[in-house]
Design a protein around this ligand. Structure first.
Ligand code: AMP
Ligand code: MG
Length: 421
């Protein structure tokens, strides 16, 4: 029996789930952390638990403009109580004498002794010698009062290490008095595209493009996706399909980055220089993942001069394959690098408003769009080169291998909005 030459060796297909497990087994959280202003912390990942040093709200306070009183003083509607004080937000009142009430405004602390607020719409002012109000509705104890600590109790862990900060969590952190937050450093990612056919937009006008030349589209969405994932990106541009150039780019990148991300050149053709170059400088696993689009995928490491190694991920060149493998594999990798534990995606079951009569042998990620009827429409051309599908679509259907889809079948939908967040 003769052994086939390496370029013809068939690499066995690996499931996406296995690829994910293997990939994530290689990554731990970055050790360096930094303090950033809470204002600037959106999208960053907390490096430590946030424990509240105070209770929120700090005191019982009114949630309405109205009158603070003792509920026991008003057992029937129409009772008149003298108004003995006025308490606005940011000011505190005096203890409330029984049988009296206090004019109070939203957010103002409840005076001692008061246990309820009657909203001003349920009162009528009475003039004359005494300043008083008719209370038109019988109050319940506790009515329109926000309890001290009902949002956050003192000592509570409000946000945990590894949590990715959202606009809402910034507000919550600020409500605890935190002006700075300790977060994990941004992953430093070196990005480069391989391919002699690639031309940068702006360098050559569309009408002057040579036969076989195409514009580099991957560079644009990969860079933008990396930024959305909180990375610092060094864009190394286009590396020609040559061994030496590929080696040089990898060497330069490894020293100052946590990850080198490339697109193209990870198949096993003679023009695919990534594999031998990474192998020369470190180690590389070339995977054939049983998914469509996106079969070829590479993970490896490139040694640094200092000794330790930099992660390497090679994405396929076909634009939609590159896009989808980034979302499904690189995204969780980058989250883990920042210390996020839960990286699983939330899928929703939605009815297909299309049919898929020819099942694929591989697990397929179809570009679809939600319609006004609550179902999913399918982009007609699902080829791995058709970037239009990624713009038209607002998510992916995760369709198991070998499964056809009939109109009305419930399918698993992953939204781009979640993947881009
Ligand atoms: P490769 O993985 O290098 O064999 O490339 C597969 C296909 O993707 C080829 O048709 C390439 O021209 C195309 N391709 C590779 N890189 C890019 C890129 N950066 N932008 C657009 N198309 C690309
Ligand atoms: Mg190529």
């Amino acid at each position: 029996m003769t052994t086939p030459p390496p370029s013809q060796t068939r690499v066995p297909l690996m499931s996406l789930d296995d690829a994910m497990v293997s990939l994530l087994a290689h990554v731990g959280p970055l050790q360096s952390t930094e303090a950033v202003a809470t204002f600037d912390a959106d999208g960053r990942v907390l490096a430590q638990d946030l424990v509240s040093a105070l209770q929120v709200p700090p005191n019982d306070n009114s949630s309405m403009d109205g009158y603070a009183l003792r509920a026991a003083d008003v057992t029937e509607a129409g009772k008149v109580l003298p108004v003995t004080q006025r308490i606005a937000a940011g000011h505190s009142g005096e203890p409330l004498e029984p049988g009296t009430c206090a004019r109070i405004f939203t957010g103002a602390p409840m005076p001692a002794g008061a246990d309820a607020v009657v909203m001003q719409e349920d009162t009528v002012e009475v003039g004359g010698n005494i300043h008083g109000v008719h209370i038109q509705a019988v109050p319940r104890p506790g009515q329109w009062v926000r309890r001290a600590g009902e949002d956050v109790t003192r000592g509570a862990v409000v946000l945990t290490r590894g949590e990715r900060l959202s606009p809402a969590s910034l507000g919550l952190a600020a409500s605890l008095g935190l002006a700075h937050l300790n977060v994990v450093a941004r992953p430093r990612v070196a990005l480069f595209s391989t391919g002699d056919e690639l031309v940068m937009p702006g360098e050559v006008a569309p009408e002057a493009m040579k036969p076989g030349a195409i514009y580099n589209s991957n560079r644009f969405f990969l860079r933008a996706l990396l930024h959305r994932m909180g990375c610092e990106v060094s864009d190394l541009g286009i590396v020609p399909d040559q061994r030496e150039a590929t080696l040089a780019a990898l060497k330069t990148a490894a020293d100052h980055h946590d990850l080198i991300l490339t697109s193209g050149g990870v198949s096993v053709g003679e023009e695919d220089h990534i594999k031998p170059a990474v192998q020369q400088l470190g180690r590389l696993d070339l995977w054939q993942i049983a998914m469509k689009p996106g079969k070829p995928f590479a993970y490896g490491t490139v040694k640094r001069d200092a000794g330790e190694a930099c992660h390497f991920i090679g994405l396929p060149g076909n634009p939609v394959s590159s896009f989808v493998t980034f979302l499904l594999l690189v995204r969780p990798f980058l989250l883990r690098l920042q210390g996020v534990e839960t990286v699983a995606l939330k899928a929703t079951m939605l009815p297909a408003h299309f049919t898929l009569s020819k099942a694929d042998k591989r697990r397929e990620f179809l570009r679809v769009r939600r319609n006004a009827a609550g179902g999913l429409d399918l982009f007609p051309n699902q080829s791995s080169g058709v970037l239009t599908s990624t713009v038209w679509g607002d998510g992916l259907v995760d369709n198991p291998a070998g499964k056809t889809i009939a109109h009305g079948d419930l399918v698993s939908f992953i939204s781009f909005a979640d993947l881009f967040a």
